[in-house]
Design a protein around this ligand. Structure first.
Ligand SMILES: *[C@@H]1O[C@H](CO)[C@@H](O)[C@H](O)[C@H]1NC(C)=O
Ligand SMILES: *[C@@H]1O[C@H](CO)[C@@H](O)[C@H](O)[C@H]1NC(C)=O
Ligand SMILES: *[C@@H]1O[C@H](CO)[C@@H](O)[C@H](O)[C@H]1NC(C)=O
Length: 218
């Protein structure tokens, strides 16, 4: 028996490639230096109390005539990478954040799409407004300059538009638009790396999400 084990060990060490593959695999799996995307983060399982799927679906208001299939695509090749959709207190809109860093609004057939706000004075037409290319990897090196407004929410009382921008954090712009003012770029000393969406509580507090504590969008 002992002889057999020894023999196996020898053959294993006789295959350095195999040995290194196993070593690398073990390294990747265990991530001892916490360099992976979830390195250094402690995970604790929690019990959820979400209602069972069948239970939810029984009373789910469904589109049993598939009416969504009768919809027609609007604004094809007019706006690129629209994310959040909002309407202001006058019912104008939609307002949306684009891949080129602008916040635009639809002003009806006569005027069309209008630039409403930008999140940084870094924004320039030459660098940022690249049409359909702004949704591709060609925009990656410009995005952190131009901004990427992902979450939009109007304060219906004041008319102010709150913005969660992936690079510039939480901002606000008045009802007339223009250059938005930063409200928060850090939380408890840590930079907001990937602000994503927000909502305004009826007591006035603003809640927003930050997708990552380690990575920005690119
Ligand atoms: C479709 O949904 C409506 C309203 O939820 C319901 O009254 C109707 O019976 C449904 N029809 C079918 C074919 O399931
Ligand atoms: C311009 O963009 C750079 C790179 O993201 C950033 O460090 C800088 O703060 C920006 N400047 C302004 C005024 O937003
Ligand atoms: C508003 O309500 C939320 C949820 O209860 C709470 O976390 C927050 O502190 C409140 N904000 C203010 C300004 O009272």
């Amino acid at each position: 028996m002992e002889q057999k084990g020894k023999h196996r060990e020898e053959t294993f060490l006789q295959h350095p490639v195999l040995f290194i593959v196993v070593l690398v695999f073990g390294f990747v799996l265990m991530d001892p230096f916490e360099i992976g995307p979830v390195g250094g983060i402690e995970f604790r399982p929690v019990k959820h109390d979400i209602a069972p799927y069948k239970h939810v679906m029984a009373s789910w208001p469904r589109d049993n005539k598939s009416r969504l299939g009768n919809g027609k695509l609007e604004f094809v090749d007019e706006v690129f990478g629209p994310e959040s959709l909002e309407f202001d207190g006058f019912g104008r809109g939609p307002y949306t954040g684009l891949a080129d860093g602008r916040i635009v609004r639809w002003m009806g057939e006569d005027i069309g799409w209008e630039t409403f706000a930008i999140v940084t004075s870094n924004w320039s037409e030459k660098l940022c407004a690249r049409g359909v290319d702004s949704t591709t990897s060609k925009q990656w090196k410009h995005e952190k300059w131009c901004g990427r407004p992902l979450g939009l929410r109007f304060n219906k009382d004041s008319g102010d538009l709150y913005i969660a921008d992936a690079y510039y954090g939480l901002l606000v712009v008045g009802p007339g638009g223009g250059l938005a003012t930063p409200l928060a770029t850090h939380v408890e000393g840590r930079q907001i790396l990937f602000a994503n969406d927000l909502d305004i509580h009826k007591n006035g507090s603003i809640f927003f999400t930050d997708t990552s504590r380690k990575y920005n969008r690119v």
